[in-house]
Design a protein around this ligand. Structure first.
Ligand code: ATP
Length: 488
């Protein structure tokens, strides 16, 4: 068999949007009526990929840890929450128009006078306006807002969760859910939209509590705020060394940055496309002592993928002040009441993670003459495609039974139209890791062929073992070549 070489294929964000539409991953919302800027609908494959991303995030951050539990808070919440959190008074961007290309854009307050439009033009700062980012809604006679972040629901439920789940510091509360921001200039496909989902953790510690965990032994490009000021390049180094050299000051920060990077790496993202960037002092929120972003090299430049801020005890203190309820907890060692600190707030947009996995897994095979979406099997929308080798009743009946049985546990499809080559290509392009074919021999010997998407290798296995082996392959518990007899 010819060795099949898969080459990473660099595509623009516009090309990805076209691919996603054609293959049923993502559609522009309201397309029928000309489209609605900043809103996207996920198609039959997109919803699976998105759900798998969320499921894997939850597994890694909640299910597999003893120190984090989850919640699912309401999207519309008490309006006072946004007063206490400071969003009502300060969650806004500056609306500017470029003098050259005339396009509107948003800039942060700290960027006034310092940044130019992507086209190189200057912004008309004389006419700059403050722009409220929260969507206002009416609930009965009252005014409220769609939540612009999930984090505040974690703070307002903090005491109840700590008591009912009997959590001891250090511990975290996680949440995944919809978020809404009235972005001035939604752009770059899913990257900046007006409705998106966040996966967030608030990690609480006692003030100055030591880190009880090991920092993973991983290397990444590190871009300190001082190197940014001096216009130097980021340096590749180990998270532990960045801590030793005091570039990252807090061990908790080094730990969480490494964890978040690892999550992406373990799910098949390309580690060379990641870096961590420290916020400059003028970018920091007033309550934050340090903030790092995990950045990704998008085709339109290095951009924030995930923010990992230190929020101190600002939020709990604010909610205590506004609600007049005691939100402190008793430290069991000293028996004294303390206000916990949020030492790290990893906050990641599901859609930005979606883009990363699409870009980093977009490969092309010259030999096959088709795209191969090399998604990790855990993320792949369809786990296996089952097809009879030719369209004959006897094969179809046999295949029907296999599909019915697999479908009880796995998202598989029965693909019966087109040539075998066409069916392989179609499944390569949507990232299906395994194709199962049924032929003459299957009827006699009760076995099938499984074909691996990335190597095209084929193995024959007994039907009685098919489901278990597929599950092990998807979970990464066994190598493909060890599941049965290699035939091609
Ligand atoms: P930006 O500077 O890009 O506007 P931000 O600093 O306001 O982002 P955060 O408030 O830190 O973003 O939000 C946490 C995460 O939520 C971001 O890292 C990103 O992954 C995601 N996110 C924020 N805004 C959007 C958006 N408009 N569309 C899609 N994802 C978003």
């Amino acid at each position: 068999m010819k060795i099949d070489k898969l080459e990473p294929k660099k595509i623009s964000i516009e090309d990805l949007a076209i691919f996603c539409k054609r293959r049923g991953f993502v559609y522009q919302s309201g397309d029928l009526y000309g489209g609605f800027a900043g809103f996207w609908d996920f198609g039959h494959l997109g919803v699976e990929l998105k759900n798998n991303i969320k499921k894997q995030w939850w597994k890694f951050h909640v299910v597999q840890r003893e120190d984090i539990v989850g919640i699912d808070g309401s999207i519309i919440t008490h309006p006072k929450v946004w007063k206490a959190s400071g969003h009502l008074d300060s969650f806004s961007d500056i609306f500017v128009v470029c003098k050259k290309c005339k396009k509107p854009n948003k800039i942060d307050k700290s960027e006034i006078g310092k940044v130019k439009c992507d086209c190189g033009g200057e912004y008309d700062e004389k006419n700059a306006k403050e722009f409220e980012l929260m969507f206002k809604i009416r609930v009965g006679g009252e005014e409220s807002y769609l939540r612009p972040e999930t984090a505040q629901l974690i703070f307002t439920n903090f005491k109840s969760v700590q008591e009912s789940a009997r959590m001891k510091l250090p511990f975290g509360i996680a949440q995944v859910g919809k978020t809404f921001r009235n972005e001035i200039a939604p752009r770059d496909f899913l990257f900046r939209s007006r409705e998106f989902e966040q996966m967030e953790i608030e990690y609480f510690i006692k003030p100055k509590q030591d880190l009880p965990y090991k920092i993973p032994n991983e290397k990444i490009l590190v871009y300190s705020s001082s190197d940014q000021e001096k216009n130097k390049e980021p340096i590749k180094m180990n998270f532990k060394d960045a801590l030793k050299k005091r570039i990252i000051k807090n061990p908790w920060h080094a730990y969480w940055l490494a964890q978040e990077f690892l999550w992406f790496k373990n799910l098949g993202a390309n580690p060379n496309n990641f870096r961590i960037r420290q916020h400059n002092p003028n970018e920091l929120a007033h309550y934050s002592t340090d903030c790092w972003d995990l950045e990704y090299k998008f085709p339109f430049g290095w951009k924030e993928l995930e923010g990992i801020a230190d929020r101190g005890n600002f939020d709990l203190t604010q909610h205590e002040k506004f609600s007049k309820k005691d939100l402190k907890i008793v430290d069991q060692e000293t028996n004294k009441k303390i206000m916990p600190y949020v030492v790290s707030e990893p906050s990641l947009g599901v859609e930005r993670a979606f883009l990363v996995f699409m870009f980093d897994n977009f490969f092309y095979s010259g030999n096959r003459n088709n795209v191969v979406l090399k998604l990790n099997p855990r993320l792949a929308p369809i786990k296996a495609a089952i097809f009879p080798i030719v369209k004959k009743k006897k094969f179809e009946k046999f295949a029907d039974q296999i599909v019915k049985d697999l479908k009880q546990d796995l998202n598989v499809v029965y693909d019966r139209s087109g040539s075998i080559g066409r069916r392989y290509a179609r499944n390569d392009e949507i990232g299906t890791p395994y194709c199962v074919t049924i032929d003459e021999e299957s009827l006699r010997k009760n076995d099938v062929t499984i074909r691996d998407r990335d190597t095209k290798k084929q193995i024959r296995i007994k039907i009685s073992q098919l489901k278990e082996k597929l599950k092990d392959l998807i979970d990464g518990k066994i190598e493909f070549e060890r599941i049965g007899r290699l035939v091609v």
